[in-house]
Write a protein that binds this ligand. Structure first.
Ligand SMILES: Nc1ncnc2c1ncn2[C@@H]1O[C@H](COP(=O)(O)OP(=O)(O)O)[C@@H](O)[C@H]1O
Ligand SMILES: [Mg+2]
Length: 289
């Protein structure tokens, strides 16, 4: 089985879906077989991959969960060679309502992912909404890794602690292999004076917390919106654009971590220590800001 990576951050609009789609594309370009799974009822990844709601209605992760079936009946080929998708529909909200308080709430993907079809993929990327609900818990419960994208805004670190704490709870309860890949900065614009400063602070604190902040920084680019409006991944607009290349670089930076020993667990500097660091970080932002 390939590596399963959940893209998560409690905050909305921080580039989770853009990262899920374009990281998938970067790995597909390297010749890997990629499965993308849209676990967000808002179904932005499904749109980005150009899959219609008609197709999604008969192939959705919500149906796999509700019918308790393996993923093999629910994957669709996208127009990007090498990427299959299990689309989302608003039915995922029904799943959340139905299972949110049940004892199965962290096991929703166990049956769908117990499928020989999964062995066909080198990498599985799950996009999430970010809310702390059974959809996120179940995604983290079947994953090997999670990745946290963020925009370099002064409040960037806020929320990250909650995500890590939440993932640690899932790790302790059900999934001892779950590992934080790291924080990745996106929407970076060096002309915005606060961005380089926030990036530096994130790096300093990453070092202190023993949390990786990826060297590959995804620049702010109007192409991201243009591509999304056309339901295209970035490479579909221009392969050599800096933002496309930045995602390739990030994919390359992550790859050795997937092959090697799982490192980067957050237990060492204790969570409480991390939290107090975040408070310092925020206090410093007030000075910067
Ligand atoms: N690198 C980037 N440059 C410019 N805009 C971006 C970038 N990444 C994401 N965006 C835009 O920011 C918004 C939120 O991105 P999205 O990936 O949908 O975030 P999330 O899934 O976390 O809600 C979208 O309008 C998207 O087009
Ligand atoms: Mg999204």
């Amino acid at each position: 089985m390939g590596s399963i990576i959940v893209i998560t951050n409690e905050k909305g609009g921080v580039g989770k879906t853009t990262t899920a789609g374009n990281l998938a594309a970067a790995y597909a370009t390297m010749g890997m077989r990629v499965l993308a799974v849209d676990m967000d009822p808002q179904r932005n990844l499904t749109d980005l991959m150009g899959i219609s709601q008609d197709t999604a209605r008969t192939h959705s992760i919500a149906d796999a969960i509700l019918e308790k079936k393996g993923i093999e009946s629910f994957t669709v080929q996208t127009r990007t060679e090498g990427i299959d998708l299990i689309p989302a529909t608003p039915k995922l909200r029904e799943v959340d309502r139905q299972y949110g308080a049940s004892f199965e709430q962290d096991k929703l993907l166990n049956v769908p992912f117990d499928s020989p079809k999964l062995d066909e993929y080198d990498i599985v990327i799950i996009d999430t909404h970010g809310s702390q609900n059974c959809l996120l818990t179940s995604s983290l419960a079947v994953a090997h890794y999670y990745l946290i994208p963020l925009f370099p805004e002064p409040d960037a670190a806020r929320g990250v602690f909650d995500v890590i704490e939440y993932a640690e709870r899932v790790r302790n309860a059900t999934n001892r292999t779950l590992t934080l890949l790291g924080l990745m900065v996106t929407g970076f614009d060096r002309r915005v004076s606060v961005h380089p400063r926030v990036l530096q602070s994130l790096r300093d604190y990453g070092q202190k917390w023993n949390i990786r902040v990826f060297n590959s920084i995804i620049p702010f680019s109007s192409r991201v919106k243009t591509a999304a409006e056309q339901q295209l991944l970035l490479a579909g607009l221009r392969e050599d654009a800096p933002v496309t290349m930045a995602y390739q670089s990030l994919a390359g930076e992550i790859l050795p971590m997937l092959k090697g020993k799982r490192v980067g667990r957050v237990s060492q500097p204790k969570l409480a220590e991390i939290q107090s660091s975040i408070e310092t970080f925020e206090a410093m932002d007030e000075v910067i800001g």
